[in-house]
Design a protein around this ligand. Structure first.
Ligand SMILES: Cc1cc2nc3c(=O)[nH]c(=O)nc-3n(C[C@H](O)[C@H](O)[C@H](O)COP(=O)(O)OP(=O)(O)OC[C@H]3O[C@@H](n4cnc5c(N)ncnc54)[C@H](O)[C@@H]3O)c2cc1C
Length: 408
């Protein structure tokens, strides 16, 4: 049996390890365009802020491929899949035949369209190479602009602030973390960012960048110039699936898979940030681009590729983060928009630095946002994940001291 895995991030690595655990003799080939040993992508923000060295990023040794008897094809991008003849076509024209194929290509930063993008010191934030280049550019930088108010945008802004730069975040939407939280929570987070020295402008669209060689200013769509020495773009991600033949493999936002992580094409699987699968809270297909999801999906794909049928229970968005002194936990569908049948209850707000919002559909909890006291987030997450019918009025769950024994 010949297994081919495209992508050497956590989803690809987890799948390879399971396949090797289950089958000592199977041939495994991994194709990856990054040549660095498999590494922790979330940790690149620690490299930017200076709390971890670049050398600490790898999660497996450089000898990983050798130890597991994997043939690595690194520094190469997969450019196509020939589904009929079961082979992957590389960018250099070479072909790699497979019996079972895993697409674990993750995501690329969502590109922006703006004039002057080619100027120096304008970075995306996805790879260890981006982090290294950002750190190298810090030397003479005093002012930075971060585009995007999502999780990655915030991590970039935080890192630059810790390095002593004056940082302005430009957010297109009305508040930060708009994909994760509702307006009340977003405004609490915004206030906390400002309290700690970030300048945050909401509702701003960037038209371009000005400068001679390196960036010297960001130009907004109203023609305003914001002086800066460095820009980081963190405007979300898009699954890496351009090389996939859409007439052979079903692709929506991500590569569509069933509960066995199998695509619509025989013997082709997908896992991680590139995969679109059933979301437990939303009850529809969704791309949840999260590290633990990628690791678990990779493992389950590995089982199925090795011939052990194992279902993935479904994916779930969740985040626990610290925004300066504010603990924030989000899980599930926290802010259903333009959809019928949802009821939301909430308590707290800006004044007491405590907020709790629960989203209920029929008799089930489907989303939660906790700010301040996040201790009961695990229980609420379990209710969402297990689709447990609520036996208490939702208002009771708003109380920090609710007795979860009553729920079961
Ligand atoms: C700054 C930052 C902070 C983050 N923080 C968190 C966090 O706190 N919590 C959390 O849960 N998640 C976080 N994430 C998201 C998390 O890192 C991803 O969900 C996870 O890395 C996805 O793993 P993956 O294996 O699916 O994809 P990836 O890690 O993207 O790996 C895919 C690999 O495939 C390669 N590839 C792509 N296309 C091709 C091709 N055509 N041919 C060959 N190779 C290809 C890519 O270059 C890459 O090396 C963060 C991400 C970033 C960037």
């Amino acid at each position: 049996m010949k297994h081919v895995i495209i992508g050497n991030g956590i989803a690809g690595v987890s799948a390879a390890e399971v396949i090797r655990e289950l089958d000592a003799t199977a041939a495994i080939t991994m194709i990856g365009d990054e040549t660095f040993p498999p590494y922790s992508r979330p940790m690149i923000s620690y490299v930017l802020e200076g709390s971890q060295s670049h050398a600490k990023l790898p999660i497996r040794s450089a000898d990983f491929y050798n130890e597991l008897g994997i043939e690595p094809i690194l520094g190469q991008r997969a450019a196509g899949i020939e589904v009929e003849s079961c082979q992957v076509v590389l960018a250099n024209g070479a072909t790699v035949p497979y019996d079972r194929l895993l697409i674990a290509t993750g995501a690329d930063p969502r590109p922006i369209k703006a004039d002057g993008l080619g100027l120096k010191n304008i970075f995306y934030m996805r790879t260890q190479a981006h982090a290294a280049a950002q750190v190298a550019a810090l030397d003479n930088a005093r002012k930075a602009v971060v585009l995007g108010g999502g999780l990655v945008g915030f991590k970039a802004a935080y890192g630059l602030l810790k390095r002593g730069l004056a940082v302005t975040m430009l957010i297109t939407s009305g508040y930060p973390l708009a994909m994760q939280v509702d307006l009340v929570a977003g405004q609490m987070i915004l206030a906390e960012m400002v309290r700690h020295g970030l300048t945050v402008e909401v509702g701003v669209t960037v038209q371009g960048f000005a400068g001679s060689k390196r960036v010297e200013a960001v130009v907004t769509d109203t023609g305003r110039l914001l002086d800066c020495d460095l820009v980081i773009i963190g405007k979300g991600v898009l699954p890496c699936r351009d090389f996939i033949p859409k007439d052979r493999v079903e692709v929506d936002l991500g590569v569509v898979v069933d509960e066995y992580l199998q695509t619509s094409a025989a013997n082709i699987y997908a896992a991680g940030d590139v995969a679109e699968l059933h979301d437990l809270a939303r009850d529809c297909r969704w791309v949840n681009a999260l590290w633990p999801e990628a690791a678990n999906q990779g493992r389950v794909a590995g089982y199925n590729m090795a011939g052990i049928r194992l279902a993935y229970p479904g994916s779930l968005s969740r985040n626990v983060m610290r925004v300066f002194d504010l603990d924030v936990l989000t899980v599930g569908n926290t802010d259903p928009r333009d959809e019928d049948g949802f009821v939301t209850v909430s308590t707290g707000g800006q004044a007491n630095r405590f907020y709790r919002r629960l989203v209920i559909k029929e008799d089930r909890l489907v989303g939660a946002v906790l700010i301040g006291d996040i201790e009961q987030g695990g229980v609420l997450r379990a209710l969402i994940e297990n689709r447990t019918p609520l036996r208490l009025p939702a208002e009771r769950l708003l109380r920090p001291g609710f007795n979860f024994g009553q729920l079961l």
